[in-house]
Design a protein around this ligand. Structure first.
Ligand code: ADP
Length: 423
């Protein structure tokens, strides 16, 4: 459509569409819902922004991360779009009241999944007759995704209450299994899929087997005495992330910090910004680091421990080389690492003991576990059925881990193996 390109150039200042953008937009303008699997940095925002501009109908965008949301709002405003508002925990009462009073005047309304838990907000949103309901990072709906968010499970219900406007489901996670799960959880059947190739030829994939943990540490010190970064090293243990950050800070000329869920919000925010600004060269992180990080020049991604599954692996290494320049994804492996990963799976899922603890001392459980159990309770899933579900989930995670192990031990082309998993 010539007109769309013209609008892209005159209103948004871009010469041409990036892969996937136009296809998704055309489906939306033909009144279809869309599931778009596009890598981070592909320009997903532009799709719904153009939809709102062309149709002049309200667009509601669910975004899981506060920093990401504020960033998007700022960018839209900087681009000249003034009819933007965000409902999240940052907003004070007065701001919220003002936003609610003027709701019909906004074209782009960002909401956190938590704020949608307020039925009043959903009801008021339904009254402005939204044209499009966007779910950013839509894989968070699926329990099979690394970033699974129990709050996302309510979105199907909210979408119904909103009068089932068209959906735009955005994610960078490509696995067909997760796609199917997203659609099932939302109970939508008719969607157009726009799926972009997940291959990133500029990322060199390699693996290094080392006999012990001490060897891994020595390897990293040696590596970073020669390599500059920016680099992210992923760990499945917070303690190990802290420890390695301290060692690398000591033994190399680079600035290093740890990043994980035990750090307070302020520290995490600081670390993230220092990394973005190149004041830090290495981040020793758990999988908590990454969603919403859009840094173009990350040169190295190292996995100190095995990733949970190939989906997470692909997503995490995808944070390297967004500028298209040569980058490295390196997986460190010590025989026996799979036992650690398997134990983590065991601990992450509720058991008989967890369920009885939930009844007596719910505050002793992690927030994620508590919300998961609450979700099933709200849906009248009984005790035994819940245990069976968790057991099935355990099996599925074990199978996914096995694929990671097979991948690590694979003598054939890693890229081919990794991509075959998503074909
Ligand atoms: P995503 O949400 O897919 O990670 P964003 O929507 O944040 O990506 O866009 C990433 C960057 O790409 C932004 O700086 C945006 O301005 C830019 N961008 C989006 N579409 C285009 C385009 N068609 N041409 C050039 N740059 C674009």
């Amino acid at each position: 459509m010539e007109n769309l390109t013209k609008l892209l150039q005159t209103r948004f200042g871009f010469q041409s569409f990036r892969p996937g953008q136009e296809a998704a937009l055309k489906h939306l303008l033909a009144q279809e819902s869309v599931l778009a699997v596009l890598p981070t940095g592909a320009g997903k925002t532009l799709i719904y922004q153009m939809y709102g501009t062309v149709t002049n109908r309200p667009v509601i965008i669910v975004s899981p991360l506060l920093s990401l949301m504020m960033d998007q709002v700022e960018r839209m405003q900087a681009g000249g779009e003034k009819r933007v508002v965000a409902f999240n925990s940052q907003q004070n009462w007065a701001e919220r009241q003002r936003a609610l009073e003027q709701l019909a005047q906004y074209r782009f309304i960002f909401v956190s999944p938590e704020s949608l838990a307020n039925p009043d907000l959903v009801r008021q949103l339904s009254q402005i007759n939204p044209g499009l309901f966007v779910i950013d990072e839509a894989h968070c709906i699926s329990q099979w995704a690394v970033d699974f968010r129990p709050d996302y499970l309510g979105l199907g219900q909210h979408w119904q209450t909103l009068g089932q406007p068209q959906l735009l489901l955005l994610t960078a996670t490509a696995s067909p299994q997760i796609q199917t799960d997203i659609l099932q959880k939302l109970q939508v059947h008719d969607v157009a899929r726009v799926i972009l190739d997940v291959d990133r030829p500029n990322i060199f994939l390699t693996e290094q087997t080392l006999a012990t943990d001490t060897d891994k540490q020595a390897f990293l010190v040696d590596f970073f005495q020669h390599a500059a970064g920016p680099a992210i090293i992923y760990f499945s243990s917070k303690k190990m992330a802290n420890q390695t950050a301290a060692t690398l800070q000591e033994e190399t000329n680079l600035n290093v910090a740890a990043y994980h869920a035990d750090l307070d919000t302020e520290t995490r925010f600081k670390v993230q910004h220092q990394f973005m600004d190149d004041q830090l060269q290495i981040i020793c992180a758990t999988s908590a680091f990454g969603m919403g990080i859009d840094k173009a020049n990350v040169r190295v991604i190292i996995h100190y421990h095995l990733p949970q599954d190939l989906e997470s692996y692909l997503q995490e290494i995808g944070r390297a080389g967004r500028d298209g320049k040569q980058s490295l994804a390196l997986l460190l492996y010590t025989p026996g690492d799979e036992t650690l990963a398997s134990n983590l799976i065991d601990h992450s899922l509720p058991t008989e003991v967890t369920l009885s603890m939930y009844k007596q001392h719910p505050q002793q459980l992690g927030e994620q576990t508590r919300k998961l159990i609450q979700y099933y309770e709200r849906h009248q899933v009984g005790h035994d059925q819940m245990l069976a579900l968790f057991q099935a989930e355990r099996k599925r995670k074990e199978a996914a881990l096995l694929k990671v192990v097979q991948y690590v031990l694979a003598p054939s082309c890693r890229r081919e193996q990794l991509l075959n998993n998503f074909a």
